[in-house]
Design a protein around this ligand. Structure first.
Ligand SMILES: NC(=O)c1ccc[n+]([C@@H]2O[C@H](COP(=O)([O-])OP(=O)(O)OC[C@H]3O[C@@H](n4cnc5c(N)ncnc54)[C@H](O)[C@@H]3O)[C@@H](O)[C@H]2O)c1
Length: 246
């Protein structure tokens, strides 16, 4: 699947799943712009991408700040000339049972995961509309489909991403822009490394394939959704979870 001459923006691209998507896209020939709040990891990943022979910009952009997002998109257009692909991947968890969840825990997760996805999608869609071509993929979660105790905020944000994805898909379909979501199950990253060993074992027991996923499992799904092979796929939620949610 070639992404030659295409430019992709990946939020939360400094590490984890975002970094893996960036590496997969670079290997497929795309140039990359990463938006993240972690300057050190951002530069390290941008260097890895340049080592693959691609142009890569690591931009410190907090996706919750509309001005930073708009300025970031303007910088990408200035430096890399176009944007063909947006991957909304920046996301966090702040878990807690409902009755103990405070407002700040709710607001922070909704702001980064859902509002950040809205702000980046709106900023990039304006440019894609002029181009009459584009691919938008947002990283949701199976938790947004089936819920999870202790993650009311996270589940709401990820279910919100699915509703946002389908609405944007309907708005932009006639303009050559597709908008899809990926719902990963449990993937081995620093986010899931934080889980206690007993919780990880319980999870593995519930996964039909018997193992956590790897970031590259999500990257391969993203590569398909942004490629020409998926030109007739929009408003879809692609579940990548080893069978957990079925
Ligand atoms: N790891 C999993 O099991 C799993 C499962 C389902 C969905 N997901 C989703 O996949 C995405 C990536 O997860 P991950 O496991 O790689 O997490 P991660 O914590 O390793 O990476 C997240 C990245 O987002 C960045 N980020 C955080 N806040 C930001 C902000 N305000 N603006 C810009 N960037 C910001 C972080 O600096 C980090 O580089 C998230 O949306 C997550 O919810 C992960």
């Amino acid at each position: 699947m070639s992404l030659a001459n295409q430019v992709a923006v990946i939020t939360g691209g400094a590490r984890g799943i975002g970094r893996e998507i960036a590496l997969a896209f670079a290997k497929a020939g795309a140039d990359l712009a990463l938006f993240d709040v972690n300057p050190q990891q951002l530069e390290q990943t941008a260097q890895e991408l340049r080592a693959l022979g691609r142009r890569a910009e690591g931009l410190v952009v907090d996706v919750t700040d509309g001005k930073q997002v708009d300025d970031g998109v303007a910088k990408v257009l200035d430096k890399l000339g176009r944007i063909d692909i947006l991957i909304n991947n920046a996301g966090i968890t702040k878990d807690g049972l409902l009755i103990r969840m405070d407002d700040a825990q709710w607001d922070r997760v909704l702001n980064i995961n859902l509002k950040g996805t809205f702000l980046c999608t709106r900023a990039v869609a304006k440019h894609m509309l002029k181009q009459r071509r584009g691919r938008i993929v947002s990283i949701a979660s199976i938790v947004g489909l089936i819920g999870n105790p202790g993650q009311a905020n996270y589940a709401a944000s990820k279910a919100g991403i699915i509703g946002l994805t389908k609405s944007v898909a309907k708005e932009l379909a006639s303009r050559g822009i597709t908008c899809n979501a990926i719902a990963p199950g449990f993937i081995k990253t620093e986010m899931t490394d934080a889980l206690p060993p007993e919780a990880k074992q319980r999870l593995m027991d519930a996964i039909p394939m018997g193992t956590l996923g790897e970031p590259r499992d999500v990257a391969e799904a993203a590569l398909f959704l942004v490629s020409d092979a998926a030109r007739y796929v929009t408003g879809h939620v692609l579940v990548v979870d080893g069978g957990l949610a079925m």
